[in-house]
Design a protein around this ligand. Sequence first.
Ligand code: A2P
Length: 253
Amino acid sequence: MHHEKVLETHHYTDNLFSFRTTRPQSFRFRSGEFAMLGLEVDGKPLLRAYSVASPSWDDTLEFFSIKVPNGPLTSRLQKVKAGDEIILNRKPTGTLVLDALRPGKTLYLVSTGTGIAPFASIVRDPETYERFERVILTHSCRTVAELAYGFELMKTIEEDEVLREIVDGRLTHFTSVTREDHSHVGRITKLIDDGTLFEAVGEERWNSEQDRVMICGSTAMTHDVRGACERHGLVEGSNARPADFVIEKAFVG
Ligand code: A2P
């Protein structure tokens, strides 16, 4: 078990926050993986799965979390501040990794809510841009305020000279909300089905020749986006058998 220091926290809304911690030297992960993280409560570790949101080259670790009302861990974790200690366990693992996909041209990262966390790591990984010509990050939330983490992420990429050069305009951020007005309104499943997503990013509908998809969100969302992938003839992949799309549920802390 690693004991790591919290370096900073950022609260986006009443129910969303991120935090950055020190990184153990021995802590290696592939962009998109998750680890067990938490706090010591009454002398016992209270851990939940968290996707690492920071890229694998970063000296520190970043996580993005929901605040679950009365949640055993997140009701405590949301109160951490710089200088506090968190615990980090287990070797990182997961299916949202580049190795689980066959080579392709365009990579779609489809997320709702905190499901954007693993993709925050992937879009800052230079290898992503070696493997794909274009990367499309979709983020859908109930409200515009809940999109803030994604907008900040895009800003950090723009402001990082090295990353900006690597990305070279090949990353597109597509956002939609379902419960108020925004440039795109509706669930991502609807915007895939009616072609809005493809029209907005200037691409043809998914086809297994060139498109690869990673999905991260609630159980219902991952189920439904999987259906959309399958209707487009895409095949689910894994670490052992790379294919066209991969899925992971966004973890509730
Ligand atoms: P909606 O507002 O219509 O429920 P949540 O916070 O519940 O995880 O939802 C995050 C976003 O994912 C919301 O915009 C929500 O839309 C949307 N969503 C919920 N279920 C699905 C689903 N089955 N397919 C696609 N999007 C979904």
